[in-house]
Design a protein. Structure first.
Length: 117
């Protein structure tokens, strides 16, 4: 199983970025996919997740109302749309997935998001 994230980069505060994570090797139709992030000098933290079968989403309070997670069944891909970005959103964002809704079993390499003030 491989998770390949893309879409990171440098953006000014208030701008937007779109991260994608393509899964290969299996589907997660009965499970969950999501995103975590880790800022320099900080612990990894949860950002958002989506339950594949229902489309149910859940967000960290820090990104609620600004970020949106969605899935593309045909492409086995999950997308994180990030709007109104803030400097404190600067981090390495990692895609994760699980065969069940209760756990993340797989992790992909991160993609760096840098928000300048």
């Amino acid at each position: 199983v491989q998770l390949q994230a893309s879409g990171g980069g440098l953006v000014q505060a208030g701008g937007s970025l779109r991260l994608s994570c393509a899964a290969s090797g299996r589907t997660f139709s009965n499970g969950v996919m999501g995103w975590f992030r880790q800022a320099p000098g900080k612990e990894r933290e949860f950002v958002a997740r989506i339950i594949w079968s229902t489309g149910s989403t859940y967000y960290a309070d820090s990104v609620k109302g600004r970020f949106s997670i969605s899935r593309d069944n045909a492409k086995n891909t999950v997308v994180l749309q990030m709007n109104s970005l803030k400097p404190e959103d600067t981090a390495v964002y990692s895609c994760t997935a699980g065969g069940r809704v209760s756990a993340f079993d797989y992790w992909g390499p991160g993609t760096l998001v840098t928000v300048s003030s």
